[in-house]
Design a protein around this ligand. Structure first.
Ligand code: ZN
Length: 188
């Protein structure tokens, strides 16, 4: 009888422990892990807007808050030309919101060398290079010049060769199992 009682207590404890660990991991780590980088340049009336000031930076190192579900994207390292994307289905209008710019289609938009319309609803993809020009008519040559000024370090960030520790990652759409979520939550 005594043995049975002890087993029941141990079993209850194990069940409690396993469910606590699982619940903790589910709350802390979303089911989809996203972290990748893209480059952008925004030109207003012939001038590049500088986003490298601390006002635009997320203060915590980017590895610390990857699991915050309210955070979709941010800038780090006083780098105003590289966006760190931390959630699925993030569009370029989300970047404008983050940068506190008016949510307005640019007069000219280019992504990866192609002119396009409907930039605001376009998803940001890993290592994209985006140019948005507002308020000025520009020639094709000027456009080429602006485009060539877009930074190219998103791929370097993706590979982990640049930026703070834990800032690497090129996951656009990475579904995680419960076991993986537990491992990430407990860093094991
Ligand atoms: Zn990052």
């Amino acid at each position: 009888m005594k043995k049975l009682k002890v087993s029941a207590i141990v079993l209850t404890f194990v069940v409690f422990l396993v469910s606590s660990i699982t619940l903790y991991a589910i709350n802390k780590v979303p089911s989809e892990l996203v972290h990748f980088h893209a480059n952008f340049l925004i030109v207003q009336d012939g001038k590049v807007i500088d986003f490298s000031s601390p006002a635009y930076m997320h203060i915590e190192p980017c590895g610390e808050d990857v699991f915050d579900p309210t955070e979709t994207l941010d800038l780090h390292d006083d780098n105003g030309e590289t966006v760190h994307v931390h959630a699925p289905h993030v569009t370029w209008s989300d970047l404008l919101v983050y940068l506190k710019l008016p949510i307005k289609e640019p007069d000219i938009a280019m992504v990866n060398g192609q002119r396009l319309s409907g930039l605001l609803t376009r998803k940001i993809y890993s290592a994209d290079r985006m140019l948005a020009v507002y308020g000025q008519k520009v020639s094709d040559i000027e456009l080429e010049t602006w485009y060539s000024k877009i930074a190219t370090d998103a791929a370097t960030y993706n590979s982990g060769l640049k930026g703070v520790e834990n800032c690497s990652g090129a996951e656009e759409d990475n579904q995680l199992s419960i076991i993986e979520r537990i491992r990430i939550a407990f860093r094991i």
